[in-house]
Design a binder for this molecule. Sequence first.
Ligand SMILES: Cc1cc2nc3c(=O)[nH]c(=O)nc-3n(C[C@H](O)[C@H](O)[C@H](O)COP(=O)(O)OP(=O)(O)OC[C@H]3O[C@@H](n4cnc5c(N)ncnc54)[C@H](O)[C@@H]3O)c2cc1C
Ligand SMILES: *[C@@H]1O[C@H](CO)[C@@H](O)[C@H](O)[C@H]1NC(C)=O
Ligand SMILES: *[C@@H]1O[C@H](CO)[C@@H](O)[C@H](O)[C@H]1NC(C)=O
Ligand SMILES: *[C@@H]1O[C@H](CO)[C@@H](O)[C@H](O)[C@H]1NC(C)=O
Ligand SMILES: *[C@@H]1O[C@H](CO)[C@@H](O)[C@H](O)[C@H]1NC(C)=O
Ligand SMILES: *[C@@H]1O[C@H](CO)[C@@H](O)[C@H](O)[C@H]1NC(C)=O
Ligand SMILES: *[C@@H]1O[C@H](CO)[C@@H](O)[C@H](O)[C@H]1NC(C)=O
Ligand SMILES: *[C@@H]1O[C@H](CO)[C@@H](O)[C@H](O)[C@H]1NC(C)=O
Ligand SMILES: *[C@@H]1O[C@H](CO)[C@@H](O)[C@H](O)[C@H]1NC(C)=O
Ligand SMILES: *[C@@H]1O[C@H](CO)[C@@H](O)[C@H](O)[C@H]1NC(C)=O
Length: 511
Amino acid sequence: MKYSNPLFALPLLLPLISGYHRQRCAFGDSCWPSPEQWASFNSSISGRLIISLPSAAVCHREHYDAQLCQTATSNWTNSFWRTSQPGAYAAIVWELGQDQCFINTTIDAPCGPGLVAHYSVAAQDVTDIQAAVKFADHKDLYLVIKNTGHDHLGRSSGKGAFSIWTHNLKGREWHNAFVPKGSPNGRTGIPAVTLQAGEQWLDVYRDAAEHNVTVVGGQARTVGAAGGWATGGGHSPLAHFYGLGVDNILEVNLVTPLGEYKTLNKYNDPQYFYAVRGGGGSAWGVITSITYKTHPNPSHVQVGFAQFTTTSNSSFRTVLSHAFKALPRITDAGYTGYGAGDSGYLGLIFIQPNGTDETFRSAFAPLYEIANMTNVTGQIGSFDFPTWMDYLNTFLQDPNIATNVMDTSRLLTANVLLNQTEELLDLVQDYPEMGLGFNFIGKVNSAERDNTAVHDIWKHSRALFTMSVDWRDDAPEAEKKRLKLQAVEVSGRFAEIVGPDGGTYINEANP
Ligand SMILES: Cc1cc2nc3c(=O)[nH]c(=O)nc-3n(C[C@H](O)[C@H](O)[C@H](O)COP(=O)(O)OP(=O)(O)OC[C@H]3O[C@@H](n4cnc5c(N)ncnc54)[C@H](O)[C@@H]3O)c2cc1C
Ligand SMILES: *[C@@H]1O[C@H](CO)[C@@H](O)[C@H](O)[C@H]1NC(C)=O
Ligand SMILES: *[C@@H]1O[C@H](CO)[C@@H](O)[C@H](O)[C@H]1NC(C)=O
Ligand SMILES: *[C@@H]1O[C@H](CO)[C@@H](O)[C@H](O)[C@H]1NC(C)=O
Ligand SMILES: *[C@@H]1O[C@H](CO)[C@@H](O)[C@H](O)[C@H]1NC(C)=O
Ligand SMILES: *[C@@H]1O[C@H](CO)[C@@H](O)[C@H](O)[C@H]1NC(C)=O
Ligand SMILES: *[C@@H]1O[C@H](CO)[C@@H](O)[C@H](O)[C@H]1NC(C)=O
Ligand SMILES: *[C@@H]1O[C@H](CO)[C@@H](O)[C@H](O)[C@H]1NC(C)=O
Ligand SMILES: *[C@@H]1O[C@H](CO)[C@@H](O)[C@H](O)[C@H]1NC(C)=O
Ligand SMILES: *[C@@H]1O[C@H](CO)[C@@H](O)[C@H](O)[C@H]1NC(C)=O
């Protein structure tokens, strides 16, 4: 057989390929629409076009406003305030870019637009979104979708971009028996909730508690419940029992890149439905609402905690080693949770709906052993909350708000945790500046796994392990570059450890 390598044709294709990857129209480009065209677009969407600015702009020069500046200053790290601003981002590195617009500087200090979109559509309904997508398509604009601005990869901002801001699309509809559109006749419905695109987790959780159900959602108060969390996969303390966010999606309504409004579910468009469930960010359109399965309330919620303090680096290494090796057993027993480590300290919390003292003692035996080691001080215990909402009220928080945090991470299988522990520990030891974060998701080998676009490794992994860098807003460029490269190096080391079949959670990956 004569084999023709398609790569031989590459030089001919290159001009086409590079043309295909050209930057779309941004503010300042000659192709950017004229003021008249913007004005006419603005009136077609009932005047909902706004100029978006970095979150500290109200404290500087022509945008200075004493009262708004005072609000911005006092709420700088408040995630509720931050996610309600069209130009504010949780990881402020995706707001500032190379520009300066700091909250702590004088009124006449510089305030560049950074990576914040130039114009945003403050969408109030589906037709605003359709109009914006069509306008962007027609004018070839650099379009971004912004919901809360929590993204850690910078996918919800863009220098000089045109943005669709979904924050104001609020609404929750609870169903006792939801039937996806186009279901075969006679299909009986199941309990579910339809969330509009701007909904955020704390509001959903409070309402779910009123309706006597639980929803698989993030360990966060202000992360979007029907935006990037969902398209990336969506992990949750309940995911071990009920699957990832994507596994709970029954139906998605979205505006396609051509501006059509579509309903996607497993009956009417299984391939599109597959892609949007894990395809990541805004790759497959602008979601306007998502319907998730709901679940019964647990009879109680058991919380297990462990914290260890060590007096030497070698004993910290031993503690981490035992903790890594204990994870498959603990998560397979139904305990999922979170952990953080820093210079000799390791703190862990685990949750199990309906957990008992018996399951706790057996799953946590390896941690009791750690607490008895030389040079280690440890506390281990458990207690029960009567309801899921009690657990959420106590433990839900939004960490790292208004920081420059940049992650690198991998999903760790039992094989990696048990057989490559030393390589993981070497990595931790080689980068002592980096913060350690653990999401002990547990196995999420849902029956839906192969019907979604999330990475296959979720079937086998027990935990997402994250190492991150951060810097002061005014850190010198060289320092920022050094830390960014450090995160990239660690990502390379992770890739060697987990091998070619490994992977990570797209929403918490290294950008
Ligand atoms: C404090 C904090 C806690 C977190 N906790 C968890 C957790 O417990 N579990 C977990 O899985 N993840 C968690 N994450 C990660 C989170 O899932 C991602 O940051 C995610 O990208 C946030 O989505 P968003 O819609 O809120 O944010 P945005 O930054 O507004 O959007 C993120 C991405 O989704 C796209 N997007 C948003 N809305 C839409 C839409 N309607 N249609 C199409 N595309 C859209 C954006 O364009 C962007 O690409 C956490 C993040 C933070 C900052
Ligand atoms: C869009 O129109 C509204 C209402 O007329 C106006 O308040 C707003 O400033 C306009 N937006 C822009 C960016 O000009
Ligand atoms: C900002 O902070 C103040 C307290 O400093 C609070 O009263 C106010 O509600 C906050 N505003 C927003 C929008 O969150
Ligand atoms: C602003 O300055 C104060 C006082 O120096 C400091 O505590 C605070 O962390 C600074 N905030 C930021 C966002 O840099
Ligand atoms: C939730 O349960 C409470 C207590 O059993 C009951 O009074 C209430 O009507 C229930 N709410 C809904 C929406 O089912
Ligand atoms: C916990 O127990 C309740 C009540 O018995 C039950 O409805 C629920 O499905 C259980 N939850 C889990 C996660 O096992
Ligand atoms: C532990 O390791 C860190 C980083 O390598 C080092 O700076 C520190 O001196 C060590 N501490 C001890 C007690 O050896
Ligand atoms: C305990 O710590 C001391 C110094 O703090 C060190 O000399 C000793 O080797 C440590 N022992 C173990 C078992 O790590
Ligand atoms: C740890 O030490 C305590 C107190 O000495 C003891 O009761 C317990 O059995 C020990 N646990 C293990 C797992 O060794
Ligand atoms: C660890 O490696 C051994 C030897 O290769 C293998 O038999 C075992 O299955 C591995 N453990 C896990 C949990 O994969």
